[in-house]
Ligand binder design. Sequence first.
Ligand code: ZN
Length: 133
Amino acid sequence: MLKLEHIGIAVNDLSTSVPLFEKLLNSQCYKREEVESEKVTTAFFRAGECKIELLESTDAGGVISKYIGKKGEGLHHIAFEVSDIKAEMKRLVAEGYVLLNEEPKKGADNKLVVFLHPKSAGGVLVELCQEIK
Ligand code: ZN
């Protein structure tokens, strides 16, 4: 793992949460992006070396809607940057971690992403991401 790349936060409504986090971080949201495959709209902020990714559901049946329905708004996942996502996936599976997707998929922010099942990672939803070059 190269570094903690971002922290994902599930929100009901970007129109209230974006200004809230802009004030909190004292920095402007620099990118919004819809990820159709995940049924979310994301909004990104810089916080030093790390980013904050807000996630708003675009679909009542989407994963973020379901998550908020169960747990409410708040911390959703942490994402680590890796240099070789396939090699990391192989390493983690060999160590007994469970992947939520078998193949890396295209996520927000020009990244290939894969998620680990929280049950195999101490109750934390962990994302691995690799910049698409
Ligand atoms: Zn993420």
